[in-house]
Design a protein around this ligand. Structure first.
Ligand code: ZN
Length: 260
């Protein structure tokens, strides 16, 4: 079985951040959604630390399988070399393989999957056969357009340790320099207003069917992404708790869809 290391912590936890002692339930499978710049990556990292669960990125999985030369990886590489998209069944196979690993027992955060309604339906069918009978729950971090634009144009990152800063909300101690390793920070050249607007529109279009899939089944929440990192994390955890307790309270529906 493949062993994927979780990323090391990208940011330092504030002293008022939730600790694992405050988290007395298992999140199970979680899909964290959010437009570019809402802080999804940072929040995923906080949740990984709080719950001790991995983040599963289809991009990482694909690179891993290609690098290791697995059957799935070779099939995917053949298609990519021909300029074709990797089809759902290959991506689904990689996800199923990853979800059989021991480290996802407490839960995990999916990143970049499911990307389509078809993938979401496949996952609903596949999960009960894996080690999770809990259905996937989805939480979207929502930030107003203008605030998001400021966040994105203010974003700077360290090319060495990948730490992410923001000139407005999380500036480095010395302007333009990483706090940890003193590497000059970089600014993505595509963080222009035009590129931002285009990415936002594309994100909304692509994500809408996936959100609708979970919303219709009562497995979706939207939280306000404004405020401090611990505040947003607190809202996410509250939503995860609500969604899990709502799921277990609805016994008849649970019994039909998710036999234990
Ligand atoms: Zn750095």
């Amino acid at each position: 079985m493949t062993t994927m290391r979780t990323h090391s912590s990208l940011i330092d936890l504030d002293e008022d951040a939730p600790t694992s002692a405050q988290v007395d339930f298992l999140p199970g499978p979680v899909l964290l959604l959010g437009a570019p710049g809402v802080g999804k990556g940072t929040q995923a990292q906080l949740l990984m630390d709080a719950f001790g669960i991995p983040q599963i990125s289809t991009g990482d999985l694909l690179r891993h399988h290609v690098r290791e030369g697995t059957d799935l990886g070779r099939s995917a590489k053949l298609l990519m070399d021909q300029g074709q998209l990797v089809p759902d069944d290959l991506v689904n196979g990689m996800v199923a393989d990853r979800l059989a690993a021991a480290d996802v027992a407490q839960g995990y955060i999916l990143d970049g999957f499911p990307r389509t309604e078809a993938q979401a339906s496949w996952l609903d069918g596949a999960l009960p056969g894996l080690q999770h009978s809990l259905p996937l729950i989805a939480v979207r971090i929502q930030v107003p357009h203008e605030a998001l634009r400021r966040r994105i144009t203010g974003r700077r990152s360290c090319p060495l340790c990948r730490r992410i800063y923001n000139l407005y909300t999380h500036p480095p101690q010395t302007s333009g320099i990483c706090d940890v390793d003193q590497t000059p920070l970089t600014h993505r050249s595509d963080d222009t207003v035009e590129a931002f607007t285009e990415r936002m529109a594309e994100y909304e279009t692509k994500t809408a069917p996936v959100i609708e899939h979970y919303r219709l089944q009562g497995r979706f929440r939207e939280i306000d992404g404004a405020g401090s990192l611990p505040e947003v994390e607190g809202r996410i955890i509250t939503s995860l708790r609500d969604l899990r307790s709502a799921g277990s309270a609805d016994v008849s529906k649970e019994a039909r869809s998710w036999p234990s």
